[in-house]
Design a protein around this ligand. Structure first.
Ligand code: IVH
Length: 669
């Protein structure tokens, strides 16, 4: 083993005390002395040394403390096996279709054995037990990478700190998955606590659980009534366990709570009855549920069935019917979206539906509004189905005396331009391209996670930037200065710095993300990726003919026309030119196929490269690879620029393949 030199030991100590001091200045005193980037540099160096000399990691190192020390964000955790979502069905017929697909997939006619259990409405987490000890807990995140919330999860008494010696011997590594919830009976009290400490009460137990788990101080989490329910193990190739029901038995024997009532059933009719019973007993359960999960019991069969993109073929969530509630219509607002569509929104006396307090609901469009025939003061029935925006479904009672039924306005509520309803369309649109409400919608969409991913650019900031004339086109974002940001409400130095850093990072967004962010009619994430893969650069896409676009598999005439006319419009060409002037890189995009060049390969990037790290990270990811921050034996390649330091040395020691930029670019062609 390499021994740390005295110099390293001294550096480590110095780094730790410096970081602690900056933490205190930032979090407790609100008086930071260094920029985020400088802080990150210190922190990265600490992580680097600790990765090299793991025996030097102490419990109180800033790298190990989630709590008050580093509140900023949680470290990323890659799930060894992705955490998937579930396909949904909402009727027995649809369940039978699922069952048919399962039997077709397995080429069996006989009945399949399924397990059934409630679908808990909480926050999905993964617990890793290594040699019997709980060592890592994470949120689901995007399914492949979540957040490290170990510290917080250790405060839950329903999560055993260690497993029995028998289980430890059989499974030195055990990854357990489940859901963290707040029991219904604890929820009201929990909200009361929040109100007492001056915080907003949570809308439902699920939000309560999520908010509590993502606290940066685990002492807060400890006070929250959180309960973990285990519903499975991630790796279905455990030697002697061959069924979901056996995995459940193992978990139960290790003192985990499991979602009940659970059953093992072969007959679809029995599953139907089980669903009816669960629907009836729903209210009496300790926790909120939103349906029943049905899983193929045999792990062998699960493996044979595999998965379709993000969901397994061997399980399904049978969701409860959408919930209805009655309330009073207090007002109607007309909101203008990014495409100029004007949508009537019902402002309601707050009412609980499906476990969530609802105070706004969609009235869709003019036709809908007319056929509902509602007036302010009327009683209305609203419906909420899962995460879908709630909607008004019918008039339940007219108010007395009754005001006039609601009429659609003739002008845009934001810019007062006359609004028009195009032939064959249900929606009214504001056609003013400079309409502030549209720009606000465009800006939020542009900055969203799937787009340029500009953290901190929420609706409130967007509307202020527009109101104060700091932004009149999306490209203006790239010319904002620190001083300009400081003029906004609630914008302090640190926050402005962070927002500018986020804007800066977005300059190296990948081409599909940029195309998505532009908000071209009909172009979502999939189409954006498709055109980026086809044309590779923005310039070729801009020059693409209608024929070339229609030729792409998956793009029809309407969509091709929409893309073509977007890039033919002078205003949009000016926008893209100004984005380039503002430093947006529009990187070349290379198609990634399954069986990618770097599929499953892990990279670390070091040294100075010709473009930003994000640029190279995007390239690696678009070829199926992953990027980590420190060198270990798990790393396949070190992408190495000029002036590389200790990472290069370490890569050499550990025999990690080193690729220089030129070589890397040559490999991906
Ligand atoms: S099994 C391969 N069982 O539902 C997916 N999931 O849509 C295996 N969930 O976020 C999931 N209760 O956390 C399973 N009894 C249960 C569940 C359950 C809730 C959540 C899960 C995930 C979501 C999937």
């Amino acid at each position: 083993m390499v021994k740390p030199s005295n110099i390293i030991t001294a550096e480590l100590e110095k780094l730790r005390s410096e970081i602690r001091r900056h933490n205190e200045l930032y979090y407790q005193k609100d008086k930071p002395e260094i920029s985020d980037a400088e802080y990150d540099r210190l922190f990265d160096r600490l992580l680097e040394i600790e990765a090299e000399f793991p025996e030097m990691v102490t419990e109180d190192s800033p790298s190990q403390t989630v709590g008050a020390d580093r509140i900023e964000k949680f470290a990323a955790v890659d799930h060894r096996i992705p955490m998937l979502s579930l396909q949904k069905v909402t009727s027995f017929e649809q369940f039978l279709d699922f069952d048919r697909r399962v039997r077709d997939g397995l080429a069996v006619e006989a009945e399949i054995q399924y397990t059934t259990e409630p679908k808990l409405d909480g926050l999905a987490v993964e617990l890793v037990y290594r040699r019997g000890k709980f060592v890592l807990g994470s949120t689901r995140g995007d399914g492949s990478t979540g957040e490290n919330i170990t510290e917080n999860l250790t405060t839950l008494s329903s999560i055993p700190a260690s497993l029995s010696s028998q289980t430890t011997k059989r499974y030195p590594l055990l990854e357990i998955r489940g859901e963290v919830v707040i029991h219904k009976k604890d929820f009201a009290q929990f909200n009361q606590q929040l109100i007492e400490i001056g915080q907003e009460p949570m809308a439902n137990p699920r939000n309560g659980a999520a908010g509590s788990l993502r606290q940066l101080d685990s002492n807060i989490t400890k006070e929250r009534p959180l309960v973990f329910y285990a519903y499975g193990i991630s790796d279905i190739l455990l030697d002697s366990i061959t069924k979901q029901s056996e995995a459940a038995a193992l978990l139960r024997s290790e003192n985990f709570r499991l979602p009940e009532p659970a059953a093992v059933l072969n007959d679809p009719e029995a599953i139907n009855r089980q669903f009816d019973e669960l629907t009836k007993s729903r209210d009496a359960l300790d926790f909120e549920i939103d349906g029943m999960v049905i899983k193929v019991n045999s792990f062998d069969q699960q493996k044979q069935l595999g998965r379709i993109s993000r969901a397994p073929r061997w399980a399904v969530a049978w969701k409860f019917e959408a919930e209805l509630a009655e309330t009073t219509l207090e007002d109607v607002e007309f909101s203008v979206g990014r495409t100029g569509v004007v949508t009537p929104v019902a402002i309601l006396e707050p009412v609980k539906v499906g476990g969530v307090m609802v105070s706004r609901a969609s009235l869709h469009n003019e036709d809908e509004l007319q056929s509902l025939g509602v007036a302010v003061g009327d009683r209305v029935v609203i419906r909420r189905a899962g995460d879908v925006i709630p909607e008004v479904v019918r008039l339940a009672g007219k108010s007395k005396p009754r005001s006039n039924t609601i009429k659609f306005p003739a002008e845009c509520p934001s810019c007062q331009t006359e609004i028009r309803r195009l032939e064959g369309e249900a929606a009214y649109r504001c056609s003013n391209s400079a309409c502030p409400a549209q720009l606000e919608g465009k800006l939020s969409y542009f900055a969203s996670k799937a787009g340029m991913d500009i953290d901190g650019m929420g609706g409130k900031i967007a509307s202020q930037l527009i109101e104060r004339g700091l932004i009149s086109s999306l490209a203006d974002l790239y010319f904002l200065t620190h001083d300009q940001l400081l003029t906004l409400d609630l914008m302090a130095d640190k926050r402005a710095q962070k927002l500018l850093a986020a804007i800066d990072r977005s300059r190296s967004s990948s081409l599909p993300k940029i195309i998505y962010a532009l908000g071209i009619d009909g172009v979502g994430e999939t189409v954006a990726r498709l055109v980026a893969e086809t044309f590779a650069t923005l310039d070729s896409l801009m020059e693409a003919s209608l024929e070339q676009l229609v030729d792409i598999d998956g793009i029809g005439e309407v969509l091709a026309e929409s893309i073509n006319s977007y890039f033919a419009t002078e205003d949009n060409r000016v926008l893209l030119r100004r984005m380039r002037e503002g430093g947006v890189l529009f990187p070349h995009f290379t198609k990634s196929y399954s069986g990618d060049l770097f599929s499953g390969k892990r990279f670390v990037i070091t040294g100075t490269l010709s473009q930003s790290r994000t640029y190279f990270k995007n390239l690696i990811e678009s070829h199926g690879g992953k990027v980590s921050s420190s060198i270990s034996t798990k790393i396949d390649f070190l992408l190495c620029g000029q002036k590389a330091g200790s990472k290069l040395e370490k890569a050499r020691k550990l025999d990690v393949e080193i690729i220089e930029e030129e070589d890397f670019l040559a490999r991906i062609g």
